[in-house]
Design a protein around this ligand. Sequence first.
Ligand code: URA
Length: 275
Amino acid sequence: MAAPDHLARLVRQHAETAQLLGVDFLPKRVDATPSASTPAAARPSTPEPAPMSAPMPSGKPASKPTDEPTNKADLLDQLRARYEADAPHAAFVTDFNSIVFGDGDPDADLMFIGEAPGREEDLQGIPFVGRAGQLLNSMIEAMGLTRQSVYIANVLKTRPPNNATPTKDEATACAPYLFGQISIVRPKAIVTLGLPASQTLLETTEAMGKMRGTWRTFRVPDADLHAPGLIPAGAGGLEIPVMPTYHPAYLLRAYTAENRKKVWSDLQQVMAKLG
Ligand code: URA
């Protein structure tokens, strides 16, 4: 049975989420303590969007492959060192403070992928720490998770001048390192935030409005000709479910109840997938 102060925190969190995302709900019953591994315990009851316990079109909760490497943190460190040596951004961006590689649990079940660091991220060297990052944190907490329990990365690892949207060439040059991160973490599900991340992972030119809210699949490439040696042996061909949703920065710009509800509905699908 959850402690009273925990319940109070949970109710407050859901109330804040309701306000933040414009979703009209409060939990009707809470019968277990939520944790990173049991996000369902923090689920609110709400008739619309679909309840989080509703079966997903793809059936069973996602599961991790069993032949995973155990030293994921080391592998990520090695990949970062390789990125720094290769400097795939060098042809495009030279005026930056930090390489913003990734943040969070190397063994996370859930990975969020954005497009590129902004000003705050460039200063701190950590992804999603500005305004959009604060909203992302709230979204993660609304899912009953913590920022520390997920892994967060971007397509580009350096801030584009004037926060420009990544070009196709930039994304192509840097994507293999992101694919390397994904194949080391091997999350059960990925949330792509916005168009550049969604299009890069899914190799599509579809519009965000069409993609969001529908499960897609990222297939780890067998090898990458642009940057050989980034995909760990055995990871090629691994398929990971991807839920594209709106970027929090877009949500801040277009902060309508409708958009917030759509994002919350997308995240609820992810929570159901994680079981
Ligand atoms: N927007 C992104 O896409 N990534 C960040 O790290 C920050 C803002």
